[in-house]
Design a protein around this ligand. Structure first.
Ligand SMILES: Cc1cc2nc3c(=O)[nH]c(=O)nc-3n(C[C@H](O)[C@H](O)[C@H](O)COP(=O)(O)O)c2cc1C
Length: 201
């Protein structure tokens, strides 16, 4: 598939068929993600594929509980929503990042804490690199006939999920990608025209 076709055709899928995603296919998606650029070629991302229904149910329970606690509203056990829909996908791919410190970051950390803070937390090359990898993962999935939903909603329960997945500092859970065969047709929300979001100087 042409890259332009993939970029335009990919859309967020939120309902999946039950059939599993073959592991070789998931590895192909991860390999595609690995070709993304990363600051300093640090490649500071890894993917933890959760297929186990019990673990998925535990993760959903954690997310529902934190949402209920935060909003004061109960989430019915069978309710699938934009925070927990990964649970109903055949694979929930957890995106795990390790903070990357470039030499620029190190120099700033030591010599100029204010600039360091802005670069580390607002520019965040480490996180930008991971986003590039996730983008390529979703495009590859689409080209291979699979739907994805890139999710940060579940990370309302970031610490609790990290603990359920036995992640160890300094690794962090940064997103979950729900992956599977699309179950029902969805529409891609419209985009702003290129002319509107481009400025030439
Ligand atoms: C960083 C990021 C986080 C997102 N988190 C969620 C989420 O938690 N739940 C969800 O249903 N969709 C989530 N989305 C999907 C967006 O809602 C979707 O990409 C956007 O509406 C554009 O639609 P499209 O992906 O179909 O083109 C997320 C997308 C991105 C890039």
């Amino acid at each position: 598939m042409d890259v332009f076709e993939a970029m335009k055709g990919r859309l967020s899928v939120r309902k999946f068929r039950k059939e599993p995603v073959p592991r070789q296919t998931l590895l192909k998606m991860v390999e595609s993600a690995s070709w993304a650029p990363s600051a300093g070629n640090a490649q500071n991302v890894r993917f933890l594929v959760v297929e186990d229904k019990e673990l998925l149910a535990r993760m959903k329970g954690i997310v529902d509980e934190i949402i209920s606690r935060t909003t004061g509203k109960n989430i019915a056990p069978d309710k699938v929503n934009s925070h927990n829909l990964f649970y109903a996908a055949p694979a929930a791919v957890c995106v795990i990042g390790t903070p990357y410190e470039s030499s620029t970051d190190r120099i700033l950390r030591e010599k100029d804490p204010d600039r360091y803070r802005i670069r580390r937390f607002q520019v965040n090359p480490s996180l930008q690199s991971i986003s590039a990898a996730v983008t390529q993962f979703t495009l590859a999935a689409y080209a291979l006939g699979y739907g994805t939903c890139w999710m940060t909603g579940p990370l309302i329960a970031k610490q609790e999920l990290e603990s359920a997945l036995s992640l160890r500092y300094p690794e962090e859970l940064l997103a979950i990608i729900a992956v599977g065969k699309p179950d029902s047709p969805t529409a891609k929300p419209p985009r702003k025209p290129a002319e509107e979001i481009t400025e030439f100087r």
